[in-house]
Design a protein around this ligand. Structure first.
Ligand SMILES: C[S@@+](CC[C@H](N)C(=O)[O-])C[C@H]1O[C@@H](n2cnc3c(N)ncnc32)[C@H](O)[C@@H]1O
Length: 238
């Protein structure tokens, strides 16, 4: 037999699959047992990856990035966004969520250098803005009930975004503000509704994520001017 050990292994596996496949098709309970065994041996990160869809996230924004802040980051252990940040190799990452237990689970899975903050996202972003902190990429992934509050005041989120801001939104919320899920439509709305924010960013893309509530989307915004958008108030956190 010629070729590398890896080639030989993959040829053997292909032959096994070819032989076993039809047998497992005739015995579905054996196929299910095999899936359960595979799942048990898969790493936690592998499982998150298996439930994530890279085509639903603007992965290219991570190419030039070195730091990221992910707000509302915990419920599904990061399958909506945080897994892509990890796969892009970013080490300087802050995860913020009010669910401390879930964040602890994530701390055990994701790179050791990543920091977690159990806190209210709105208070935290105001505070970070006050402290002039900035992250190359800021990802905001709230449940639908909080999307309006974020979209209607993008100032603090944009204030701490050095290169990109990505926020989750829903079809009903877009309908409420008279927008289509397009960058053109959202740019027009933003220019009227929040001119100070519109002046320093461009809505570059709106990406469909899933069908929930008629459509969940990522709005992708790129910072185009370095003007500060500081917000008042807030005390310091560790
Ligand atoms: C859509 S889920 C986030 C999913 C996450 N990005 C993932 O891929 O696993 C929304 C998250 O918001 C968190 N959350 C709800 N209210 C919050 C608040 N006021 N501040 C911070 N996190 C909050 C929930 O604990 C939940 O983890």
């Amino acid at each position: 037999m010629s070729g590398s050990a890896a080639d030989r292994r993959s040829a053997i596996m292909a032959r096994l699959r070819h032989t076993l496949g039809p047998f497992l098709d005739r015995h579905p309970h054996l196929r299910r047992a095999r899936e359960r065994m595979r799942s048990a041996f898969m790493s936690k990160m592998g499982k998150i990856r298996a439930h994530s869809d890279p085509s639903s996230f603007p992965i290219y924004i991570l190419d030039q990035a070195e730091s990221a802040a992910c707000f509302f980051s915990a419920a599904y252990l990061g399958r909506n966004a945080e897994i892509f940040v990890a796969d892009a190799g970013l080490a300087d990452v802050l995860l913020v969520d009010i669910d401390g237990d879930r964040l602890s689970e994530m701390a055990a899975i994701y790179p050791k250098q990543w920091r977690t903050q159990t806190a209210d996202a709105f208070a935290t972003v105001e505070l970070l803005a006050t402290e002039n902190r900035s992250f190359d990429v800021v990802i905001v992934d709230p449940y639908t009930g909080l999307m309006q509050r974020i979209l209607f005041d993008l100032r603090p989120w944009m204030a701490i975004s050095g290169l990109w801001l990505v926020i989750g939104t829903s079809a009903p919320l877009l309908a409420e503000i008279g927008c289509q899920p397009t960058s053109h439509s959202l740019t027009r709305w933003l220019t009227e509704a929040q001119p100070d924010v519109a002046a320093i960013c461009a809505v570059t893309e709106v990406i469909f994520r899933d069908d929930f509530m008629g459509g969940i989307y990522w709005i992708v915004m790129r910072r185009v001017a370095a003007v500060e958008l500081n917000s008042p108030g807030a005390v310091s956190i560790e």
